[in-house]
Design a binder for this molecule. Structure first.
Ligand SMILES: Cc1cc2nc3c(=O)[nH]c(=O)nc-3n(C[C@H](O)[C@H](O)[C@H](O)COP(=O)(O)OP(=O)(O)OC[C@H]3O[C@@H](n4cnc5c(N)ncnc54)[C@H](O)[C@@H]3O)c2cc1C
Length: 485
């Protein structure tokens, strides 16, 4: 009998747990440890953030799904990993602290044969003074609760605009090192749509504020693609989308402070600017969850297992230090920890070897460059590959580990406006591969036909379909495993 523990019940962890349970006979245990009692389809938080969907439409309770599937669920957070056990006769285990109302604060040790770290990002609001909805002055759409708060504030802005008071809305990145530009871009589109629908667009200024040196970078170094038979760039494409909608863009900017109604940002030329606002939805930078690691004798080995960012080290090449040296081959394939071969990381939890976009800093030395995104599709695909590797090992199959490199993987980003089927539009970007490979595609780093940008109602339908499809899959309903990650 083997026991697999999955830390995290987000896109990656939930996918891994579902596939492990599907592939492993019942004598083997699949355990999920996660502090949240509900699963959140995070991409649809954008629609919660404009009031087009309710929180309940993007959340569902995990415990009944796990009970039905035969997955043991611990509503708890991992605080430390002991990959060698602790002391004589001890075996690998993870220390957890329960978060459910019934057991809050209780700690326990759970032994494992294989451990998947799928703990996603810690939302690092504290990186910028005054950032965030809890202890700061800005809004977020990273969680369903944050998104609900943002929608309430947006409704107040619309009321104020209706009463004749001009409003400024700032949407974008709350720090020079943020990732997830696609989410802020999509939220901008949706807010602009809502203001038009409410008849107050002329009374509102929308500013998109980003750490991308050029619009359309999206943390993947931008894209060059074909549209209607012509080559264009994601920069031109994004700029024209913003121009058509009258959105003012500020790029190459690092927000350094957020006060009540005013933020301060520094641009690449080192100049500091102040911008007052009535509404600011600013995403936080991400880092790994605070999980420690200890050797058998109690020595702290956190730095051996985790990168300084807090994300887990895997089979990537972390040795290269300059942009000129970086290549697609540096990216991990198996997501196995190099020190402990029973440890894996999936989704945002793995440490990328380096950024994809060119790193930049302001004249004053403030880093202003997007961190590499790990969106839902790669997160799910990686999780499935890791689950398949573990199943092979448990079943004693002598096979190489399954691979899912982001340099061999495509991804799509659909930024859709509105939540109504006939009334909306979407900007869809499809790229292959996510990490550009200039050896294979010397001109653009990506496949010229499989990298595209499209605008229209069709993408909007796709985004809707994904909402229902992924909730169906995550609930483990009929045919779930046939729906691709
Ligand atoms: C607003 C927004 C919109 C987005 N839109 C899109 C989109 O349209 N398309 C797309 O592909 N991607 C989108 N993304 C990105 C997508 O949400 C992420 O790629 C995906 O959620 C990553 O999955 P993950 O499992 O790595 O992390 P998460 O989904 O964040 O899951 C992490 C899990 O780990 C748990 N956890 C945290 N700490 C611990 C701990 N100590 N111990 C155990 N468990 C822990 C968390 O509670 C959570 O369950 C969006 C992101 C945001 C913020």
């Amino acid at each position: 009998m083997a026991r697999v523990i999955v830390l995290g019940a987000g896109v990656a962890g939930h996918t891994a747990a579902q596939h492990l349970r599907r592939m492993l006979p019942r004598q083997h245990d699949v355990i999920v440890v996660s502090p949240n009692s509900q699963w959140n389809w995070i991409p649809s938080n954008i629609w919660v953030g404009t009031g087009r969907m309710t929180k309940d439409q993007v959340l569902f309770p995990l415990a009944p799904v796990y009970r039905k599937k035969g997955i043991d669920f611990h509503q708890a957070k991992a605080v430390a990993i002991y990959p060698e056990g602790l002391g004589p006769d001890s075996t690998p285990h993870v220390e957890v602290e329960y978060t459910s109302p019934e057991q809050k604060g209780r700690t326990a040790r759970i032994g494992y044969d294989y451990l998947i770290n799928a703990t996603g990002p810690k939302l690092k609001f504290e990186a910028t003074p005054g950032l965030g909805p809890d202890a700061g002055h800005s809004l977020s759409v990273c969680t369903a609760a944050h998104a609900e708060q943002a929608s309430q504030r947006l409704a107040a802005i619309i009321d104020a605009a209706k009463s004749g008071r001009r409003q400024r809305l700032v949407i974008g990145m709350g720090n020079g090192t943020c990732t997830c530009q696609g989410a802020a871009f999509e939220y901008t589109f949706n807010v602009e749509f809502e203001l038009r629908e409410a008849g107050v667009r002329d009374a509102c200024e929308i500013v998109y504020l980003t750490n991308e040196a050029e619009l359309g970078d999206f943390g993947v170094g931008g894209m060059r693609f074909k549209q209607n038979g012509f080559f264009t760039t994601s920069q031109l494409w994004t700029e024209s989308l913003f121009r058509e909608r009258g959105v003012k863009a500020i790029s190459g900017a690092a927000v350094t402070r957020v006060d009540e109604g005013e933020l301060v940002y520094e641009t690449l030329d080192g100049v500091e600017h102040a911008l007052d606002f009535d509404f600011a939805m600013l995403l936080p930078p991400f880092c790994g969850q605070p999980i420690a690691a200890y050797a058998n004798d109690g020595t702290d080995i956190t730095d051996t297992i985790f990168a300084p960012s807090g994300f887990m080290k895997v089979d990537a090449d972390y040795s290269k230090t300059s942009y000129e040296e970086w290549s697609a081959e540096d990216w991990p394939r198996t997501y196995q920890n190099p020190t402990y071969d029973t440890l894996f990381a999936a989704g945002i939890a793995f440490a990328p070897p380096h950024p994809i976009s060119k790193p930049r800093a302001s004249a004053g030395g403030t880093p202003i460059a997007p961190a590499p995104p790990r969106t839902g599709q790669p997160s799910g695909t990686i999780a499935r590959a890791v689950a398949e590797t573990i199943v092979d090992r448990i079943k004693g199959r002598d096979k190489p580990a399954h691979q899912a490199s982001m340099a061999d993987m495509g991804a799509s980003c659909v930024a859709s406006t509105g939540a109504d089927l006939m009334h909306g539009s979407a900007a869809a970007m499809i790229m292959y591969p996510v990490v550009p490979d200039y050896r294979k595609y010397p001109l653009t780093g990506r496949h010229p036909r499989h990298t595209r940008g499209e605008i229209g109602l069709f993408g909007h339908w796709v985004k809707h379909m994904l909402h229902y499809l992924f909730l169906h899959k995550a609930k483990g309903r009929f045919g779930w495993s046939l729906i691709p990650e």
